[in-house]
Design a protein around this ligand. Sequence first.
Ligand SMILES: Nc1ncnc2c1ncn2[C@@H]1O[C@H](COP(=O)(O)OP(=O)(O)O)[C@@H](O)[C@H]1O
Ligand SMILES: [Mg+2]
Length: 322
Amino acid sequence: MSELLKVRDLHVTFVTPDRTVHAVNGVSFDVRRGETLGILGESGSGKSVTLRSILRLHPEHRTRWSGSIEVEGEDVLKMGGRALSDLRGRRVSMIFQEPATAFDPVFTIGQQIAETVRRHTGKSEADAMKRAKDLLEMVRIPSPAQRLKAYPHEMSGGMRQRAMIALALSCNPSLLLADEPTTALDATVQIQVLLLIRELQREFDLGVIFVTHDIGVAVEVSDRVGVMYAGKLVELASVEQMVDAPQHPYSRGLLASTVHDGMRGQRLEAIPGAPPDLSDKPTGCSFAARCKFAQPGCTAAVPDLRSTGADHLVRCVLAEAA
Ligand SMILES: Nc1ncnc2c1ncn2[C@@H]1O[C@H](COP(=O)(O)OP(=O)(O)O)[C@@H](O)[C@H]1O
Ligand SMILES: [Mg+2]
């Protein structure tokens, strides 16, 4: 597995007239070709901001960045207009919770996928439509030839989600960013879409980042899992390590007692207290105020992400170094 994405010490701050939000505070991780990294965290922990940064989708005039985001060796934060549109149109695709935002209600699914194919490959209209049909087939939409002619509202939520995946894969990306894409679906449809993403990921050797606040989903789809809290990764490990031996008190609170088969739908609300206000720049461990193991040293400085085993990183002063 070679490295596709390398994020190093990413900070993202939003500056508005009345408030500054430190949404991402020093995040580092890699994604290799052919692997799925799950990012798990409560609402507001900075998951979507991290993901959108990879495509540099934030409003440029009020977003401050630092660190680096290398996609196949090129830093997204330093890209000019042309490199950025190539990145967004070809190398990295995104799917999200609401397919309505991906599709225009006034064009058929076929027209929209074919148009994207044409824009990126210069294929003829007929060839692009043929490719659109193949893509619908690939995401297992029944009767793809008829479905090409359907408008978005004529499809069920699950089918629309499949069509959005087809659209995302239409330009053969190497990295797929998925932001809670199954959260709005009911349980059976959700599992089908998760299995589909997993299958396509293997078939095309895609790197995938799958953001979710659902523990069961993260366990189901991920090779490695990162747990995010207040704009930082507090733990990063293989899914087995994360399930069997979570080290950070926050991950332990989330995972230790709750991970078992059939736990999809489990929400992250087991730990008393609320996450910190992101307007303040964090000093010390952001979780200390909610942590039952907190010691005076925890608030003195931000703990380093330390290695506690092969491919297992933990940001806690109590974590035992390997
Ligand atoms: N464009 C923006 N301007 C200002 N604040 C933002 C913007 N986008 C996100 N935020 C804030 O950044 C924090 C992290 O948000 P987000 O990454 O969306 O969380 P989640 O983990 O739920 O996906 C939140 O406090 C959110 O309100
Ligand atoms: Mg989000």
